[in-house]
Design a protein around this ligand. Structure first.
Ligand code: NAD
Length: 420
């Protein structure tokens, strides 16, 4: 596979290194190991899009399905200038381990379009989304591969995907995507599921560490779907959220920020950067603040070899996918920082996506309290499973989580055997 940008190359290398290390630890069958190192399918498509000024732009889109052993694949779609085949492949692999760890009947996938969606109009985004969907239509579907929102995609993008798929197949198919608007078969609680899952995990982790939850000082990087919901729920439960940030920078108040006000400002201005609620800080400074809990909920590779030593949080709950590099992981482990890995900490999103898909297939919709109760149960049970294995094997939580995920997929592959 051709490698392009450095960071994405590193991310895929990192994902493969993690798999190799776990394979050795669990004595993974060498044939299955080889199969799991490669995605089962990777599709690259051209996405010609008419721009508002009459120009035609051609974007590159991807959909990678890492493993289809246990069911259809599942994973988000991101619109970002960094999207590449390597990045999407690494993220698809992470999704496989995440779904397996959580006991969901899915393999992992990921997709995206390399574009700067912040500079595009709504009409341009719609045209690009529809063309991208029709280019990948042969590999998606309610029983094939089910996309969901990720970085810079949202309910509206999912609605356009669902409509394009439904119009082309001639059947209204809500189950082809999750994270849709409620009116089109979306699930109550899906919008906030990832952030809510992070919140349940943070609560369980403070308990495990014997740290007080009320009043715990929290810093959150990224104020989008994941970060803003985690910040709000923690703030509502009397944690002291001292800093939040978005791509323009952060805001810091040691006495605690008013998250409800920041959400209103963000909805109005599209950013928290105009807020007067505290002092301006950079994203780098936010990560290094003195706090109990740090939640990276933006992009990958934020905690790396250069800054890991300066991280002062006691617990890091990875809301984002891949925010900590393998080198940083080692430094943090030596310092005794408890890192709750992405495949566990942010699995609330795919858990409620699964609930949404089940509701769509049955055309029977659940109450929000049922969804949140099931989410809480699935997250805390997974946390306990990971914690117990980490204790028995004397490994960090990431290694334990990967051991559980990879073993489950390997077991399923063994049972199915090799076709033909
Ligand atoms: P989003 O687009 O809703 O929000 C992203 C936020 O990060 C925005 O506030 C943006 O300004 C900020 N940001 C972007 N680049 C940044 C940078 N370099 N430094 C600081 N902030 C930056 O995206 P999201 O859905 O909240 O996803 C965030 C992360 O969580 C991603 O890594 C995604 O893969 C992961 N994730 C999302 C879900 C989900 O359900 N949405 C589920 C699991 C994991």
């Amino acid at each position: 596979m051709e490698m392009t940008g450095g960071a994405h190359h590193d991310m895929l290398e990192g994902a493969l290194m993690q798999l190799d290390a776990v394979a050795e630890r669990i004595k993974l069958d060498p044939g299955i190991h080889k199969r799991l190192r490669q995605p089962q399918r990777a599709l690259i498509v051209s996405v010609p899009t008419l721009m508002d000024d009459g120009r035609l732009d051609v974007f590159t889109g991807y959909r990678v399905q890492h493993d289809l052993t246990m069911g259809p694949t599942k994973g988000g779609i991101r619109y970002h200038p960094n999207v590449s085949l390597e990045e999407v492949t690494a993220l698809a692999m992470l999704m496989t381990w995440k779904c397996a760890l959580m006991g969901l009947p899915y393999g992992g996938a990921k997709g995206g379009v390399c574009c700067d969606s912040t500079q595009m109009s709504r009409a341009e985004l719609e045209r690009m989304t529809r063309r991208y969907t029709s280019e990948i239509i042969g590999v998606i579907g309610p029983d094939r591969d089910i996309p969901a929102p990720d970085l810079y995609t949202n309910e509206q993008v999912m609605a356009w995907m669902m409509d394009t798929y439904s119009m082309q197949t001639g059947v209204t198919s809500p189950g082809v995507v999750t994270g849709k608007p409620l009116l089109l078969g979306g699930s109550l609680g899906r919008r906030e599921a990832t952030g809510r899952g992070v919140y349940y995990i943070v609560k369980a982790a403070t308990k495990e560490r014997g740290m007080p939850f009320n009043g715990a000082k929290v810093a959150v990087q990224g104020f989008g779907n994941v970060g803003s919901v985690a910040a709000r729920l923690l703030h509502e439960e009397d944690c002291c959220v001292i800093a939040v940030s978005d791509h323009r920078g952060g805001i810091y108040n040691p006495r605690g920020l008013d998250i409800a006000r920041l959400l209103t400002e963000c909805a109005k201005d599209g950013s928290i950067s105009q807020s007067q609620d505290g002092d301006r800080i950079s994203n780098r400074e936010l990560l290094e603040l003195e706090c109990d809990i740090l939640i990276p909920a933006a992009t990958e590779g934020q905690i790396a070899e250069e800054n890991a030593d300066r991280i002062r949080a006691k617990i890091i709950a990875e809301g984002a996918n891949g925010p900590t590099t393998p080198e940083a992981d080692q430094i943090l482990a030596q310092k005794g920082t408890l890192v709750i890995p992405d495949i566990l900490a942010n699995a609330g999103g795919v858990a409620v996506s699964y609930f949404e898909w089940v509701q769509d297939l049955q055309q029977y919709f659940w109450h929000e309290h049922e969804i949140n109760a099931r989410l809480s149960e699935i997250m805390t049970a997974a946390f306990q499973r990971v914690l117990s294995l980490a204790r028995v094997e004397r490994v960090d939580l990431r290694t334990a989580a990967l051991m559980l995920g990879v073993s489950r997929v390997a077991e399923a592959k063994k049972l199915r055997g090799l076709y033909p």
